[in-house]
Design a protein. Structure first.
Length: 206
């Protein structure tokens, strides 16, 4: 089976094609300067990581992939880039191929915010969701690390919202997903239980 894990970061999976497009990964994979970049811009990416941007297209044939997975990636995309990524996932998947993902759950975060009567509720919400910026980088090294880190979230989702986008992109059999509940055992290697706690998961078919 051909299996793709995009936006993998450091969470690579044996036997899968692990793609990442973060500026840090690109710098570290650049010939000649890669070793220097790895020393300056942490963390260091595993050797098996390939550069590939789901929003711009992966170097994979149409209808060539059985399973696609991503963990805590979609919230880092603008809404237009999310839509481009769904089109690309659908392109590379075989008919009846499976797309599975986990990401932060906006509904859960809003519930925590609503239950918090403290004057810091708003600030805690902004920090938890990575929508806020606690401190602007000062100095060129701090700015470069912030830029290449690409850690802020750009768009948060609840299940209804992401289901709507998946349906519009043409996916079918869309359902909520939970850690370890897929009938496709290959996903078990890709999933980290901690990254699913209080989060939003989904699984669907092309």
């Amino acid at each position: 089976m051909e299996k793709v894990n995009f936006g993998c970061g450091l969470s690579t999976v044996d036997g899968w094609l692990n793609f990442d497009a973060s500026p840090t990964a690109k710098m570290q994979k650049t010939p000649i300067i890669g070793h220097l970049a790895a020393a300056i811009f942490k963390p260091k990416f595993p050797a098996c990581v390939m550069i590939g941007d789901i929003t711009k297209g992966l170097r994979l044939r149409d209808n060539s992939v059985d399973l696609v997975y991503c963990s805590h990636v979609l919230e880092h995309l603008s809404i237009l880039d999310l839509r481009r990524s769904l089109i690309e996932v659908k392109r590379i998947l075989k008919p009846n191929g499976v797309f599975r993902a986990v990401l932060p759950d906006l509904k859960h975060e809003l519930l925590l915010y609503d239950l918090d009567d403290s004057p810091e509720a708003c600030s805690k919400f902004m920090i938890r969701t990575a929508l806020g910026v606690e401190c602007r980088p000062k100095g060129i090294i701090s700015w470069l690390r912030s830029f290449f880190g690409n850690s802020n979230h750009l768009w948060m989702w609840d299940y209804k919202g992401i289901e709507f986008e998946l349906a519009n992109a043409g996916f079918s059999a869309i359902r909520p997903a939970y850690y370890g509940d897929s009938e496709y055992v290959e996903f078990n290697l890709a999933e980290d239980q901690q990254r699913w706690e209080n989060c939003l998961g989904f699984e669907c078919l092309k």
